[in-house]
Ligand binder design. Structure first.
Ligand SMILES: Cc1cc2nc3c(=O)[nH]c(=O)nc-3n(C[C@H](O)[C@H](O)[C@H](O)COP(=O)(O)O)c2cc1C
Length: 190
């Protein structure tokens, strides 16, 4: 698969088959991340692969946070959402926290965040080329103090830019015209 094909065919994947990703395949996708552009070679990205115990504990937190939102409407709906969300999080074959080092002034942090996002997209594309789907999630659990604690990250020094949920797709959403035509987002100055 060439780069343009990976870019244009990649879709965010919400449901995965249960097979685990071989560790070397996951590492190969993450290795693509470290080749992202980064100003002044700060290499600000860090990747934390969640182990089973961490995933289990964050699954419970994910469920609680989802339920808390819904519980205002109905306690029963909240409880159902808690159970379903926890189960969904637990069923994800691999979860990788994409992290950026927080250093320097505001401009450096802005550039480092951009570089870490480039790294995350590199990983998504490299995974896709190997038949692995991903979802970049910024759900509340990715910002929760428990995530920082369980991942061993000091929030003063590290920022979780998102979790990549990864696995072999159970289904791939069809390509649909969900992007503005290029003509609407491009112009040329005199
Ligand atoms: C910074 C960022 C955060 C995202 N957070 C979420 C999320 O929390 N939940 C989710 O379902 N998708 C999330 N996504 C994925 C987008 O929903 C997805 O990219 C968008 O719907 C376009 O679909 P595509 O990736 O298949 O082209 C996120 C994407 C980015 C770049």
């Amino acid at each position: 698969m060439d780069v343009l094909e990976a870019i244009t065919t990649r879709r965010t994947i919400a449901r995965f088959r249960p097979e685990l990703i071989p560790p070397e395949t996951l590492r190969a996708a993450l290795a693509a991340g470290i080749w992202a552009p980064n100003h002044r070679l700060t290499e600000p990205w860090r990747f934390v692969i969640l182990g089973p115990e961490t995933q289990r504990r964050l699954a419970a937190r994910f469920g609680e946070l989802k339920a808390a939102k819904a519980a205002a409407e109905s306690a029963e709906r909240g409880e159902r959402l808690r159970i379903d969300s926890e189960r969904m999080f637990l069923a994800v074959p691999a979860i990788i926290a994409m992290v950026v080092v927080q250093e320097g002034d505001q401009q450096q942090r802005r550039e480092d965040y951009a570089a870490a996002c480039c790294a995350a997209q590199n990983v998504q594309l490299a995974a896709w080329a190997e038949g692995i789907g991903t979802k970049w999630s910024t759900a509340g659990v990715t910002r929760d103090p428990l995530a920082y604690e369980l991942l061993g990250l000091d929030p003063a020094r590290f920022d979780i830019i998102g979790f990549l949920f990864a696995g072999y797709p159970a289904e791939t959403p069809p390509a649909r015209p969900r992007r503005l035509p290029l003509e609407e987002v491009i112009r040329t100055t005199p």
